[in-house]
Design a protein around this ligand. Structure first.
Ligand code: GTP
Ligand code: MG
Length: 438
């Protein structure tokens, strides 16, 4: 296994002679462009060449910051060159452009280089904006009404997250509805003393992270489930870190208390090691011992959730157009793309034009956590939405926009951007690709 000199030279835009000279300077025994070198040496050379390029760019060149694209006129202003001179230069480079024409990023790069500029695309910012909310207007204080808290259950594998969620749901179902209800969607609401609480079933760590990466805070309170017979485990620590960096309060459910080898004090001790000091030990972390399996002490857990939520003073504006977060989404054979959405703010209505990630559409129907059709859904409500053109990703933001056309336009713009990103990713030099060519 090795790579031939001429291939590497081609990729690095060096002449064979230059590359051979570099290698010989490094003490590598090469004679012709057909010689092969090993992977490490190739990597070293790539670092040297590409690293050097970056170095010179930073040292000698002026930086031209470009957000998206730039017209000839904008470029002329930016680099302070007379537009007609610039256009003449462009023609010299084989680019026939009018003054208001947008230059492609390749064209920009070439012409900017002529004037000693290096183009720096302000990509990240654009990505964020592009996939962020379009109409993130600020709410007036008087429009804000209190809303249910959104709770995410986190913890180590097998510590009882699903059992706990099921148990909470069951208490509610049997207490309030006759006959039991089938769970339809991956999020649900329960009522405790008349106060609604929304539970998110799905966010695994990944969804949690991707939501946070988009600046969307899905959760108000994290329930950390720790099995009393197992204690703090790697994923417990991960969950603690996630909740801490998201700045959400943590309530610890010390689960499996029915087990004979349950050691709640050991759990508390371990929590202390991770900066969570239990309330009864003088700290401010609420710990509730429960048995999800036996349904024991869940009332107290729910009460603690309500109390914590009250202190958070959670508010939203139900009168504005909705925005929310995709909790999960799939392609249903009969119904097309189906997305479970947690409404963050505003009220979503049947008939609203919506955009979610790369998908757009119009709300055709909404189904609540009881499996009933609803006409509208307010803040902190989970609903299933039908009517999107494609299946969005968990963590994508959903937003109501003015009309179908703007929904389509925004989605199209995002799709184009995504495609561009993918293409540019595929054209960067990759060592593995180089080797696979031989
Ligand atoms: P993953 O989704 O795989 O991460 O697990 P999980 O945290 O959702 O755990 P799950 O609810 O699936 O429970 C794992 C096992 O622990 C199951 O066999 C449950 O029956 C059992 N279990 C959960 N809660 C209790 C409890 O309070 N007491 C006892 N004895 N067993 C429990
Ligand atoms: Mg589970």
């Amino acid at each position: 296994m090795g790579i031939r000199i001429y291939k590497l030279a081609e990729q690095l835009e060096l002449s064979n002679k230059e590359l051979i000279k570099m290698l010989q300077d490094l003490g590598v025994d090469v004679t012709s462009h057909m010689s092969t070198i090993n992977e490490e040496t190739a990597e070293l050379i790539m670092d040297m060449v590409l690293g050097e390029e970056e170095g010179t760019q930073e040292d000698d060149s002026k930086v031209l910051k470009v957000e998206g694209t730039m017209t000839v006129k904008e470029l002329s202003e930016e680099i302070d060159v007379d537009p007609s001179t610039l256009m003449a230069k462009l023609i010299g480079l084989g680019i026939m452009a009018t003054i208001n024409q947008e230059l492609t990023s390749d064209q920009l790069e070439v012409v900017a280089a002529e004037y000693g500029y290096v183009v720096e695309e302000e990509e990240e910012e654009e990505e964020d904006n592009l996939f962020g909310l379009v109409n993130d207007i600020e709410d007036k204080q008087k429009d804000l009404k209190s809303r249910p808290p959104v709770i995410t259950v986190m913890g180590h594998v097998d510590h009882g997250k699903t059992t706990l969620l099921d148990a909470i749901r069951k208490t509610e179902v049997t207490a309030s509805e006759a006959g039991g209800i089938t769970q339809h969607i991956g999020a649900y609401q329960v009522k405790v003393n008349g106060q609604k609480i929304t539970f998110l079933d799905t966010p695994g760590h990944e969804a949690f992270t991707s939501m946070r990466a988009r600046g969307a805070q899905a959760t108000d309170i994290a329930i950390l489930v720790v099995a009393a017979d197992d204690g703090i485990m790697p994923q417990t620590i991960e969950a603690i870190n996630h909740a801490k960096s998201a700045g959400v309060p943590i309530i610890v459910a010390i689960n499996k208390m029915d087990r004979p080898n349950a050691q709640p004090d050991r759990v508390k001790q371990e929590l202390m090691n991770h900066g969570l000091i239990p309330e009864d030990w003088g700290g401010d972390t609420v710990c509730v011992p429960v048995s999800a399996l036996k349904g024991e002490n869940l009332d107290e857990l729910l009460e603690m959730i309500v109390l914590t939520a009250e202190m958070e003073e959670l508010k939203a504006n139900p009168t504005r157009p909705a925005n929310g977060i995709i909790v999960e989404a799939e392609l249903d054979r009969g119904r097309g793309p189906v997305a479970t959405i947690l409404i963050k703010n505003g009220t979503l209505k049947v008939g609203d034009a919506i955009v979610a990630g790369l998908a757009s559409g119009r709300v055709r129907a909404m189904i609540n956590d009881q499996g009933e059709r609803v006409e509208e859904a307010g803040p902190a409500t989970p609903v299933e939405v039908l009517g999107l053109s494609d299946v969005p990703n968990a963590g994508d933001l959903l937003e109501v926009v003015e009309d179908d056309q703007s929904a389509r336009d925004i989605a199209q713009k995002r799709q184009n951007k995504r495609r561009e990103d993918e293409l540019s990713r595929n054209t960067t030099v990759n060592l593995e690709d180089l080797f696979s060519q031989i």
